[in-house]
Design a binder for this molecule. Structure first.
Ligand code: HEM
Ligand code: HEM
Length: 222
């Protein structure tokens, strides 16, 4: 961060060299491991099934780790530090549209809401993939949640197989829809990271690599 840029943003009057550790090593390994595992699962879907499944289970394991780390991890890894209610999140989005949202040292409220959406959708994708792999697992669900029940309405719970032996059926539709939703959410997430990086004159992607961010200015929320 150069002096010139600091002058443009009055709230950032900390010395350019003052860096603080925000993302601990496990958050960073989790993040880039998740990106790699998700990309691998996506690219190998219906092409290289054994790799697809290992990548999908890796996603599930990473998400499970993150849920635990959100309770016992370092300050900025904790859900209690960054999860906000709807009021604060909407107020933040409103400030964003007016270009006057404050800088958060950890996750901002919109980023935090996106993290919840990403973790929930990833869990659903991995879970429906696991169910798909062996239809006997469906029997473990005593009642099918109302949200997916219509998809099963005309189905007897058995998979059908297409001409090339691929699995067909409503469960696969749900799995694919969740995977497609993930692509949309990931695109919005990266868009949000780029936008916040420009707004606050800092490279947030690099911070997710090094773990460090510019120290908080007086107007920032640490
Ligand atoms: C190359 C593309 C990506 C970049 C540059 C990127 C960058 C980042 C950055 C900078 C943060 C911190 C955001 C903040 O400051 O509030 C973050 C958080 C996060 N990202 Fe990404 N991201 C990318 C792709 C993805 C993808 C594809 C996923 C999901 C599969 C993902 C899931 C997450 C999650 C769950 C967090 C929360 C991290 C934590 O607190 O543990 N990201 N990402
Ligand atoms: C969370 C990461 C995952 C993503 C992003 C993902 C994505 C996808 C996508 C996009 C398809 C559709 C492929 C097509 O065009 O036909 C698919 C199919 C499938 N996935 Fe996943 N998946 C994930 C996890 C898993 C897991 C954990 C398993 C099982 C252990 C699994 C098992 C399957 C199976 C059996 C199919 C059907 C393949 C066929 O057509 O024969 N997936 N997945």
């Amino acid at each position: 961060m150069t002096d010139a840029i600091s002058h443009q943003a009055p709230e950032m009057n900390t010395a350019p060299s003052s860096k603080v550790r925000v993302w601990d090593p496990l958050v960073r390994v989790f993040h880039w491991g998740l990106v790699a595992a998700f990309a691998t699962a996506w690219l190998t879907a219906d092409e290289l099934q054994p790799v697809h499944e290992v990548a999908g289970y890796t996603v599930a394991g990473l998400v499970a780790f993150r849920l635990v780390w959100g309770l016992v991890g370092s300050r900025y890894a904790r859900f209690a530090q960054f999860l906000k209610g709807p009021g604060e999140t909407l107020a933040y989005l409103g400030d964003m549209t007016r270009g006057r949202e404050r800088r958060y040292l950890g996750h901002n409220p919109a980023g935090a809401a996106m993290i919840v959406a990403l973790l929930v959708t990833l869990s659903g994708t991995a879970f429906t993939g696991w169910l798909l792999e062996d239809e006997a697992r469906l029997a473990m669900l005593p009642t099918i949640p109302a949200i997916v029940a219509p998809a099963w309405a005309d189905d007897d719970g058995e998979h059908e197989y297409g001409a090339r032996g691929e699995i067909e059926g409503p469960l696969k539709e749900v799995h694919e829809t969740l995977a497609n939703l993930m692509l949309l959410l990931a695109a919005l997430h990266v868009g949000g990271v780029v936008l916040a990086s420009f707004r606050h004159h800092e490279n947030l992607a690099r911070a997710m690599v090094t773990g460090d961010k510019r120290g908080p200015g007086p107007a920032d929320i640490a």
